[in-house]
Design a protein around this ligand. Structure first.
Ligand SMILES: [Zn+2]
Length: 455
């Protein structure tokens, strides 16, 4: 769409028409070259879902007119948060089994529950519950790894949220597929179904090195190259995983992936709580990404990802919540804060992972890991308008000395008031515009009743 220009009735200065104009007290664009930059009293102009201008508000009021104008006088605008690793539908297992070791939690609770309950309806209802929570908390894009990814795609399409679907691949059967070949085959089909979708990407999500054998891993790598796609895998989540692999194969899991050719910039390694010098060199030299899930790692006592050390080495580290069954929420604000605090404790250095870096992990770094940083992840002219407004008008957010510190260390996700994805308003003054919250909550209650009865 062309920018319409006409003569202002007051003077001769040209007034341009845009779709939307958002005037804000502060904007944190999260630019790659200067993630600490803060713009005060600035505005964002949007046409066809894209940011066409970011400029001083006084100037914006003179230069642009829009049918949709939003005044956010006490708010901070940030890029939409990117939850780079989750299992959305597992929201229906939130709080079902807590305070257990990872092995006990998985083998005696989660896997049996998945076998019994996971079907298309479960994935639809659980995903919708997750989308409602994520959108209300400022998450505009998520990367999912779960069964029935076709249903996750449909639900994402209906809700309008941006999605990266990492199709699950395992050697073992599930309700969705019988063996690695079938998972891969269905994954390729789904990739084709969404090939031209503006908000949904479909990629590969081999579950973990201990659940996928060499042959399918190599095949996934070849396909990812052919399809120009990405691969997300749980990797080095616990010390046991690394020790078991060494006993079984003589190699650390990341070395095995390297030998199979999977360590490339297409790879997203989720967790990486166990990192020795050689692992670090492999990640650095390959350009692979790390997705840090601090709250899940803490809750399952999995270990600590040395984020400050990885980032110092130039490795891109993004942020994810993991599923709500091991977190127990999908709140990227608390995840940012936990990441920043944990990094300081792990590095023994209070200056490790400053607030601006934590915000970058939750936005631009996530976009880089998912391979979508050419159009999202920061607020810049030419990028899509995935925007989150956070109010500072509450006791816990005042006074404001340092905007980014406030966002990471003081503001909670309930301070998110408005959310746009590709210029479309998804949250309007804390009300979801595309989802029926009451029916989503009813479905969640019904599932809990059913599941608790059989437990
Ligand atoms: Zn996970």
């Amino acid at each position: 769409m062309l920018v319409m220009t006409e003569i202002n009735s007051v003077g001769n200065s040209a007034v341009e028409t845009v779709d939307s104009l958002i005037h804000a007290r502060w904007i944190v664009p999260v630019e790659d070259s200067n993630s600490e930059r803060i713009l005060t009293h600035h505005s964002i102009a949007i046409i066809d879902g894209k940011i066409v201008d970011i400029l001083d508000s006084e100037l914006a009021r003179k230069r642009y007119r829009a049918t949709d104008v939003t005044e956010l006088s006490e708010h901070i605008l940030i890029p939409g948060l990117i939850n780079a690793h989750t299992h959305a539908a597992m929201s229906l297992f939130r709080g079902m089994a807590d305070d257990l070791t990872l092995k006990d939690w998985l083998s005696h609770h989660i896997w049996p529950a998945e076998e019994k309950w996971v079907n298309e309806q479960f994935v639809w209802d659980g995903s919708m519950l997750a989308f409602a929570e994520m959108l209300r908390g400022g998450t505009t894009c998520f990367s999912d790894m779960y069964f029935f990814p076709n249903i996750v795609g449909k639900a994402a399409q209906e809700s309008g949220i941006r999605a990266n679907i990492s199709v699950p691949i395992l050697d073992f059967p599930s309700a969705w597929a019988q063996n690695a070949d079938e998972y891969i085959h269905k994954g390729i089909q789904l990739h084709d179904d969404y090939r031209n979708h503006p908000l949904i990407n479909v990629n590969f999500g081999p579950h973990a090195p201990y659940t996928v054998s060499d042959q399918p891993l190599s095949r996934i790598q070849t396909l990812a190259e052919e399809m120009d796609g990405t691969i997300q895998i749980h990797l080095h989540e616990t010390q046991d995983e690394v020790e078991d692999a060494k006993n079984a194969t003589g190699k650390r899991p990341i070395q095995r992936l390297h030998d199979l050719g999977l360590l490339t910039p297409r790879l997203q390694a989720v967790h990486m709580t166990q990192v020795d010098d050689n692992d670090l060199a492999l990640l650095r030299d390959s350009g692979s990404h790390v997705i840090h899930c601090p709250e899940s790692n803490l809750k399952l006592a999995s270990g600590f990802c040395p984020t400050a050390k990885l980032m110092e080495a130039g490795i891109n580290v993004a942020l994810g919540t993991d599923g709500a069954a091991s977190n127990n929420d999908l709140d990227m604000f608390s995840e940012m804060r936990t990441a920043a605090l944990l990094a300081k404790a792990v590095a023994g250095d209070a200056s490790a992972l400053p607030a601006a870096q934590a915000l970058k992990m939750a936005t631009l770094n996530g976009a880089k890991a998912l391979g979508i940083d050419d159009h999202v992840g920061s607020l810049e002219v030419g990028k899509e308008a995935d925007i989150v407004a956070v109010t500072t008008n509450s006791p816990e957010c005042q006074p404001v000395y340092h905007v980014i510190s406030q966002l990471v260390y003081a503001c909670n996700s309930d301070k998110v008031t408005d959310v746009w994805i590709a210029g479309r308003r998804m949250l309007d003054n804390q009300h979801l515009t595309t989802l029926d919250e009451s029916s989503i909550l009813k479905a969640a209650r019904d599932w809990a009743d059913k599941i608790a009865q059989h437990d």
